[in-house]
Design a protein around this ligand. Structure first.
Ligand SMILES: [Zn+2]
Length: 304
């Protein structure tokens, strides 16, 4: 392309932009959509009122050596990201994409919060066993594992790209959900799951999610702690996140997951815990102590 060509190309792009801005796209409100039939040529967008996004981010992926250790890096990607997609599928994700160093899924329709949360907990549980296997195979591996983030928002969607070439088309998901879920994942550590304030609002009343099982001196209400989602705008209420430490229990995991997916919320063995207001001073003190310990632990791991 000569300079002359690129300039006329830019003029052509500018004419396209003017044409787009003069036209008013049609927006249709939907509860459900079929991604495969989203419009590509028509200026018709769909607005979903509430979409839950789950992002799984592979920690330390930039340190995995493509130059020095291409085959171990390739195995790690295959084993990890491939399995995360399988997990999203098994919880009936409505849309799945590989993105950056991990994957994300979107959930809408019935029990979207429950399906998204169970997928997230399954990924963090999987992450722990994945890493112990990887470290056995490659003992000097940089610290890796999945960090999970969940967020929700209204989303505007349409397929964009080259008409008549499906290989160059992708649905876009305009709205906070994917971006905020990615930021939540990035703000936390491997094997942990961080949710935005919007998500916590939906989850904290579900006893199967909020409290631990009866193993290890349980049930207890200390499996979640409050933490700020760094990099979200100041004053955005969603930045007050909650982090889940625990994973599916070998004794109760299957049962709890099944109950959550059936929409059950109440357990009879946690009434004494429910009475403690989650915002009481005592609870806040416990949480900040935990956060402190976690920070110290992180620092120790980094050898500080
Ligand atoms: Zn248990």
């Amino acid at each position: 392309m000569t300079t002359n060509d690129v300039l006329s190309f830019l003029n052509e792009l500018d004419a396209d932009v003017r044409k787009e801005l003069d036209a008013t796209p049609k927006v249709e409100d939907k509860d459900q959509i079929d991604v495969a039939t989203l419009p590509i040529e028509a200026r018709r967008w769909h607005r979903l009122s509430d979409v839950v996004a789950v992002v799984a981010d592979l920690k330390g992926s930039t340190k995995l050596g493509v130059r020095k250790y291409p085959s171990s890096t390739a195995s790690i990607y295959e084993a990890s990201t491939g399995r995360v997609v399988k997990i999203f599928n098994s919880f009936d994700a409505d849309f799945i994409a590989i993105q950056g160093d991990g994957a994300f899924a979107l959930f809408w329709g019935e029990l979207r919060y429950e399906r998204a949360t169970c997928a997230g907990i399954t990924i963090k549980t999987f992450s722990e066993s994945l890493v112990s296997r990887l470290e056995k195979r490659w003992p000097s591996l940089p610290e890796t594992g999945f960090k999970v983030g969940i967020a929700a928002s209204q989303v505007l969607t349409k397929r964009l790209g080259t008409p008549r070439n499906p290989a160059e088309q992708e649905p876009v998901w305009a709205g906070k959900a994917v971006n905020y879920a990615a930021k939540a994942a990035q703000s936390t550590e491997r094997h942990l799951m961080m949710v935005t304030a919007t998500i916590w609002e939906k989850l904290h009343n579900n006893d199967y999610i909020r409290y631990s099982c009866s193993c290890e001196n349980g049930p207890s209400d200390t499996i979640w702690y409050e933490d700020t989602i760094e990099s979200l705008p100041d004053g955005d209420t969603d930045s007050k996140g909650h982090v889940l430490k625990s994973s599916w229990c070998v004794n109760h995991g299957s049962e709890y997951c099944e109950y959550i997916l059936k929409g059950k919320r109440k357990r009879s063995d946690v009434e004494h815990l429910r009475k403690n207001s989650p915002n009481s001073g005592m609870r806040a003190a416990i949480e900040s102590k935990e956060e402190r310990e976690r920070r110290d632990q992180r620092a120790r791991r980094r050898g500080l």
